[in-house]
Design a binder for this molecule. Sequence first.
Ligand code: SF4
Length: 97
Amino acid sequence: MRWLLDLRWIFRMEVKIDQIVDGWINYVKSKRPKMLSEEMKAVSDNRMSICNDCDSLKYIERKLGTRTISKYACGECGCSFPMMTFAKKKKCPLGKW
Ligand code: SF4
């Protein structure tokens, strides 16, 4: 039965990896002039303002060897902020966007 759970986890991760890659690509595009569509920018800006007012947005610090890595992430799904707001198919786990 454990292998079945592993398959479900792998499937979910593949779906999530699509969104992670899409979010990061669009995030990098947003840093370059005119590379990100105005529509995606507007969607992302709206999502970011909602996340910024959400109690589930967390500041996370992790030790990696001698280094400390910090980032903002959604406390519900674990996705990195603001990259997740740039993923077209991403949905807020609480249904806020
Ligand atoms: S994705 Fe949803 S639950 Fe997560 S921080 Fe943004 S608004 Fe909150």
